[in-house]
Design a protein around this ligand. Structure first.
Ligand SMILES: [Zn+2]
Ligand SMILES: [Zn+2]
Length: 278
C-alpha cells in the first residue's frame, strides 16, 4: 500500500552484468531496476534488469498489490530486460503490465519480447503468461501515463540508442538517464534540457573518470558527466547508478566522495536503497 508519499527504491544498481560478489554487495549486484511509487500508490518501474525479480516478489507479497504496472525501458540491452521473464506478476492473471520503449529499428516492440521468450531461450512464451501485457512504443515523446503522471522521453547516444525519461508526478520531477555517452569534455544539451530542475536526477556513472577514456564508444559516463548534468540542469539531488560490473564497494565509495566534493547532494545508489520525497 502507498504511504501517501512519493517513493523511489533502487532494486538494481549494477551495470552490464549481475554479481553476487560480497565485496560489491553494498552498492549492489542486481542490474538496473528502479521503482517509483506515487502517493496514490501508482507504480512505475524504470528498466527490468535482474533487480526487477526481487521487486516483483516484494510486490506480490503486499496485502493488496497494485495491479497496473507501468514499465519505462531505457533500451533493450540484456542488463535492462533480462529480469522480465522472472518477474512473477507476468504469470499472474489480473496484473496489467504496460511496457513503454523506443520503437525497435526493425519490427515491433512486441516482437522484441516474442524473440526474447522464444523457446530457444525460455520455456514460457508471451501468450502463455497470465498477465495482460501491453506494448507501447513511445511516440510522441511527450505523453501521459494517466491523469496524474506526465512523461517526457528523449533519445540519447548509446550503441543501439536509448531513451531518457522525465516524470512529473505529485509536483515532483524525477529524471532517469542511463546508458549514455556524452561527447568528450561536453554534455548533451537535450539531456540537460530534459532533466531541468529535477528533484531527483538518476544518471549513470558507470566508469571512473580514469577508466572512461579507455572505453570510448562503449556508451557510458563517469561521475564527472553525471555531476555536470546535475549542475547544468540545476537538479537538486543526483543519484548515480549502473556501476561498472567489476568495481568493488571500496572503489565506488572513493568515487562517491570525489563526486561529493563537486556536487555535495550526490551519491551512488545502494542495493535496495529507498528515498522518500516530501
Ligand atoms: Zn546497461
Ligand atoms: Zn546499454
Amino acid at each position: 500500500m502507498g504511504d501517501k508519499q512519493l517513493k523511489l527504491k533502487f532494486w538494481g544498481t549494477r551495470g552490464s552484468n549481475p554479481t553476487a560478489a560480497q565485496n560489491m554487495s553494498t552498492y549492489g549486484g542486481e542490474t538496473t531496476c528502479v521503482e517509483l511509487r506515487t502517493a496514490n500508490n501508482e507504480l512505475i518501474i524504470f528498466d527490468m534488469g535482474t533487480g526487477i525479480i526481487r521487486m516483483g516478489n516484494s510486490l506480490i507479497n503486499e496485502k493488496n498489490p497494485v495491479k497496473d504496472i507501468h514499465i519505462l525501458l531505457s533500451h533493450f540491452h540484456w542488463d535492462h530486460i533480462i529480469g522480465f521473464a522472472s518477474f512473477k506478476p507476468v504469470y499472474i492473471e489480473g496484473f496489467n503490465i504496460n511496457i513503454y520503449a523506443q520503437k525497435p529499428e526493425t519490427g515491433s516492440l512486441k516482437e522484441v519480447f516474442e524473440d526474447m521468450l522464444h523457446n530457444r531461450y525460455w520455456p514460457v512464451p508471451l501468450e502463455k503468461m497470465g498477465a495482460k501485457i501491453q506494448f507501447r512504443e513511445v511516440h510522441p515523446l511527450i505523453f501521459k501515463i494517466n491523469e496524474d503522471i506526465a512523461v517526457e522521453a528523449r533519445p540519447h547516444p548509446h550503441p543501439g540508442g536509448a531513451l531518457g525519461y522525465r516524470i512529473l508526478v505529485d509536483g515532483k520531477i524525477i529524471s532517469f538517464i542511463t546508458d549514455i555517452e556524452h561527447p568528450e569534455n561536453d554534455l548533451i544539451k537535450s539531456v540537460v534540457d530534459l532533466t531541468r530542475n529535477s528533484d531527483i536526477l538518476i544518471h549513470e556513472g558507470h566508469f571512473s573518470p580514469e577508466d572512461l577514456p579507455l572505453h570510448r564508444e562503449w556508451g557510458h559516463s563517469s561521475w564527472v558527466e553525471a555531476v555536470g548534468v546535475a549542475k547544468s540542469s540545476k537538479s537538486k539531488r543526483l543519484i548515480m547508478t549502473h556501476h561498472a560490473p567489476d568495481y568493488e564497494d571500496t572503489k565506488i565509495a572513493i568515487l562517491e566522495s570525489e563526486a561529493r566534493k563537486s556536487f555535495p547532494n550526490s551519491s551512488f545508489s545502494r542495493s535496495e536503497e529507498t528515498i522518500l520525497l516530501d
